[in-house]
Design a protein around this ligand. Structure first.
Ligand SMILES: Cc1ncc(COP(=O)(O)O)c(C=O)c1O
Length: 424
């Protein structure tokens, strides 16, 4: 038997002053009085990304991969993003793709995988997913694929892995699921689910869009064949990242131009990439390197830096989420979607006020300069399954590691005013 893994080193507290200095939005006068809780919609961008974007546009905004210096520098910057982000995620730099968005990445992927399957083969989708990782797969029913639905518990919004086991069979080719839903926010046990699906011979496509902003995932350890997330919610530019296991990429149909079929990176990105944004993506790695050096003395490889930073961010976020959830649990006039304890949950809290209108509460929070979200957030299926009207939808409050205790106290005070007095 291998020796048990040593416990991870104790974590220092997150230096949020230092962290916030890395995000120009926090020193922007027009945003000064506002507290930001719509991070799950799109996060602020770190300075390192903005600097790289500016450098690209001012110094190297020419077609890359030509021999002159500006073009070579543009190409090198784009290559660097592939190499550095892949290293943080624990995948090869030939396994990472930058597409326009996660929705577009799944759309292309579904087309690329369909030729691997025969009519009557099966795929499993969930009703916990954002539509980005649902509709593209469900549409394959029109092409002869049998689509099975792994459904959530309508009261808790949870997906039960035991129920997945009943859906897997000889003909199951793929399981598409969220690592974490953008409204339920429970973190699904992805490594366990990947093992279950793989044992049945099925591929796993995991939507990590609502998970990655809370710490980049260790993709290899999670076992998914495809892992997707959106950099514009993960402190960076408006791009979708998609990692695809090397062997699967080779087997999938080429969706790029026919003469690029032999270029792995172009097979699943038919739109020409946004060069400047691809180049700017390395700024996310710059940012993580800086925060890592600030908090940890020991040198470590990028994948290990990613793991310890994820622990650092998640410890900070849980420490903020706990008082918010405790306060909400004490109210008799709100329904919290998903688990009401911080363990195994992302700090994205969807709420349904029970005695005031959602829109009214949202307006009141906005009047108090609290930026929060309202609507269905393209999570129409999970909300419908939980009996929540998609219009007006839910109120969503989402925290990131740059959120502070003061922010959360302001939010609680705002909610108290917006929800009004409780019944005795
Ligand atoms: C969980 C989840 N998946 C997928 C998406 C879609 O991402 P994109 O806007 O990059 O297509 C979102 C966007 O809100 C999301 O929250």
């Amino acid at each position: 038997m291998p020796p048990p893994e040593p416990p991870p080193d104790p974590l220092p507290p997150l230096d949020t002053t230092f962290v916030r200095e890395q995000f120009p939005a926090f020193s922007e006068p027009s945003l000064a009085d506002w507290a930001f809780f719509e991070n799950a919609g799109g996060s602020y961008a770190c300075r390192q990304v903005i600097d790289r974007l500016t450098t690209f546009y001012t110094k190297t905004k020419v077609q890359p991969y030509q021999p002159y210096p500006a073009s070579q520098a543009a190409a090198a910057a784009m290559e660097e993003s592939h190499v550095r982000l892949a290293a943080y995620l624990g995948v090869g730099d030939d396994e990472i793709h930058f597409g326009p968005s996660t929705s577009q990445n799944t759309y292309v992927l579904a087309r690329a995988l369909r030729p691997l399957w025969r009519d009557g083969d099966e795929i499993v989708v969930t009703d916990q997913d954002h539509e980005a990782n649902s509709g593209a797969w469900r549409r394959l029913a029109e092409t002869g694929i049998v689509v099975r639905e792994w459904t959530i518990d309508p009261a808790t919004g949870a997906l039960d892995p035991a129920a997945l086991a009943d859906l897997l069979g000889d003909r199951t080719k793929l399981v598409a699921l969220p690592h974490c839903s953008n409204v339920v926010a429970e973190v699904n046990p992805l490594a366990e689910i990947s093992a279950l699906a793989h044992a049945a011979g099925a591929l796993v496509v995991a939507d990590g869009v609502a998970y990655a902003p809370h710490g980049l995932p260790d993709v290899a350890a999670l076992g998914a064949d495809v892992y997707l997330f959106s950099l514009y919610k993960t402190w960076g530019p408006h791009l979708g990242v998609m990692t695809v296991r090397r062997e699967l990429l080779a087997a999938a149909a080429n969706e790029g131009h026919f003469f690029n079929a032999g270029v792995p990176r172009k097979r699943l990105v038919p739109a020409g990439p946004d060069h400047a944004q691809v180049a700017a993506a390395a700024g996310v790695a710059d940012y993580l390197d800086l925060v890592d050096a600030r908090h940890f003395a020991a040198a470590a490889a990028p994948a290990e830096r990613g793991r310890r930073l994820a622990r650092l961010f998640q410890a900070h976020e849980s420490g903020l989420l706990a008082p918010l959830l405790a306060w909400l649990r004490g109210r008799d006039d709100v329904r919290i979607l998903g688990p009401d304890e911080p363990a195994r949950r992302a700090p994205t809290v969807s709420l349904l006020p029970l005695r005031r209108g959602v829109a009214e509460v949202h307006r009141e929070l906005t009047a108090r300069r609290l930026m929060t979200g309202r609507g269905h957030f393209f999570a129409v299926r999970p909300l419908a399954a939980m009996g929540v009207a998609t219009d007006p939808g839910v109120l969503r409050l989402s925290l990131l590691h740059y959120t502070t205790r003061d922010d959360v106290e302001r939010l609680i005070a705002g909610l108290e005013a917006a929800l009004g007095r409780q019944r005795a």
